[in-house]
Design a protein around this ligand. Structure first.
Ligand code: BTN
Length: 268
């Protein structure tokens, strides 16, 4: 028999599924953007560990100024407030930690063979399942990683069909969104603690490399002044992507956020 699927996310249900009380979940049925909401609350003093969750967003933000669609009842939009006590230069690595947490959280709950397209898109069979937009407060006072997960969509528009997928499209089953949100928070929490021990990805690199979908693939580094092609080799402990250039044979380090990296033979 099919599991009954709630039409709304529930902060109380998610909270009761968690084995930790480090996350305090706030819910709204609809909001412009959970990242905006989380940032406003962070500005007002919300503590690290506050989570802002919505069934739908009316102005969801994607990376590079794009918009992000969060259809009601089928997606998860969730933003966290974090206040890590680390150097500002290390903060951007947390977005990779979030990618890892999301990939493993989704895998644990749904059984999907998730991967990561560097730095933090969660993918399955070369298509995007989940996107992450991380925003930072002034002077790095707080950090807001916001995550959008395609859960129960049964189709995508023509322009997204080749690039996007959902848990439903991968498993053929509608999935309880509360369980996925809880799974991601559990798994991110574990990885975040490992990250904080060293302030870099030393303790997470093996896991990250193991599911890095770009590994060994041809990529194009969209460096504005000097774009180049090469093979993605893996990451270093700072989360930089190591790319062996085709033209010079040298290995370059690509810093997340600086440039985009595109797959040459597809999205990954
Ligand atoms: C991307 O383009 O891949 C990033 C997408 C990030 C979307 C999420 S949904 C929750 C949070 N709120 C937003 O407005 N954006 C992020």
């Amino acid at each position: 028999m099919e599991e009954e699927i709630n039409s709304h996310l529930s902060a109380d249900r998610i909270q009761s599924m968690l084995r930790t009380d480090r996350w305090i979940i706030h819910y709204m049925e609809s909001v412009d953007s959970t990242n905006n909401w989380a940032r406003q609350e962070a500005e007002g003093g919300a503590p690290g560990g506050s989570v802002y969750l919505a069934d739908t967003q009316t102005a969801g933000k994607g990376s590079r100024g794009r918009s992000w669609g969060s259809p009601e009842g089928t997606s998860i939009s969730m933003s966290l407030v974090l206040r890590p006590e680390i150097e500002i230069s290390r903060i951007s690595m947390i977005t990779l930690v979030m990618g890892l947490g999301a990939a493993d959280g989704i895998r644990d709950v749904t059984g999907i063979d998730t991967g990561i397209k560097w730095p933090n898109d969660v993918v399955c069979r070369g298509k995007k399942l989940c996107g992450i937009l991380t925003e930072m407060g002034p002077n790095g006072d707080y950090l807001v990683p916001g995550i959008g997960i395609n859960v129960n969509m049964d189709r995508f528009s023509q322009d997204l069909r080749d690039k996007a997928t959902s848990v439903f499209l991968e498993t053929g089953r509608k999935c309880d969104r509360d369980r996925i949100a809880a799974g991601i928070l559990e798994s991110f929490g574990r990885y975040y603690d490992v990250f904080l021990e060293t302030g870099d990805l030393t303790g997470l690199m093996d896991r990250y490399q193991a599911i890095l979908a770009n590994r060994g693939r041809k990529v194009r580094v969209m460096n504005q002044s000097n774009p180049y092609s090469g093979t993605a080799l893996g990451i270093d402990r700072f989360g930089e992507l190591l790319v062996k250039r085709e033209d010079t044979g040298t290995t370059e380090k690509v810093f997340a956020g600086e440039v985009s990296v595109r797959g040459i033979y597809g999205y990954v």
